[in-house]
Design a protein around this ligand. Structure first.
Ligand code: HEM
Length: 227
């Protein structure tokens, strides 16, 4: 039976709630595509070319939900095989999610009020960065550089969770100003990714401070061994 400490429970709930928002929307979109039911505002791009969107939604759901469990120290410590197997699935899911996101950004005829030049450029940058971070995280773990592996995977996951933060920060705008559109929408979507990057770097800096005392102890022991 998996036992999580209080801080891990909070991390897990926070990540799952943030992931759930776009995932639920995505699952409704999949139901719409496979039945005659209608829940969401129409997206003619997805209706006419559904394959990339279907792959995008399925991979993004796997990446954000399963990914949340990878950051729990108890799981990494007590179930290392699970962490490794889930990690392999997540590398694939993350690359497919970012790759299909890039494809849709460039090839879907997204109207200017839903994606201006700013959002286009940011999505291309985010999709490429997320893929690069996942591959760097994979390469680090294969070289047994665990601290580096964690840093790259935190960065990749922070970008992936941008979709959840986008919904969260769009809600107050929707309630006060109305449906975000045009440059305001581009800026809101970009701001969400910036927030996630800042939070990700903050988490990384906390982890670095955690490593520091261990590092200096090892250095001290090495020094005393040498003298
Ligand atoms: C892993 C986190 C992500 C989740 C959970 C997610 C979720 C979704 C969902 C549910 C949709 C369907 C929207 C609809 O039904 O209208 C969608 C569409 C889309 N996503 Fe993502 N996404 C993620 C990452 C990304 C990334 C990194 C990019 C950019 C490279 C991206 C670019 C797009 C684009 C361009 C569309 C189509 C938008 C449109 O047609 O207006 N997504 N995403």
């Amino acid at each position: 039976m998996l036992k999580l400490v209080q801080s891990e429970r909070l991390i897990l709930i926070g990540l799952l709630v943030l992931s759930a928002i776009p995932c639920i929307g995505g699952i409704f979109r999949l139901i719409e595509l496979s039945t005659a039911l209608e829940f969401l505002p129409e997206n003619s791009r997805i209706v006419s070319v559904p394959v990339p969107a279907v792959f995008h939604i399925i991979s993004a759901v796997i990446y954000s939900i399963l990914g949340a469990f990878q950051f729990l120290p108890s799981i990494r410590r007590n179930y290392p095989k699970w962490h490794r197997s889930a990690g392999r699935v997540l590398v694939g899911a993350g690359i497919v999610s970012a790759g299909t996101g890039l494809w849709m950004t460039h090839n879907y005829p997204i109207p200017d009020n839903l994606q201006g030049m700013l959002l286009y450029a940011v999505r291309i940058f985010v999709g490429l960065s997320m893929s690069a971070y996942i591959l760097l995280g994979l390469s680090s773990v294969l070289k047994k550089r665990i601290a580096q592996h964690q840093v790259w995977m935190i960065r990749a996951y922070a970008l992936g969770l941008g979709a959840g933060t986008q919904v969260l920060i769009a809600i107050p705008w929707l309630l006060t100003v109305g449906e975000p559109s045009g440059i305001a929408r581009d800026i809101l979507m970009t701001a969400a990714w910036i927030i996630n990057v800042v939070v990700g770097e903050w988490v990384i800096s906390i982890k670095k401070n955690d490593y520091q005392p261990c590092l200096s102890r090892v250095q001290l022991e090495t020094q005393s061994f040498q003298s």
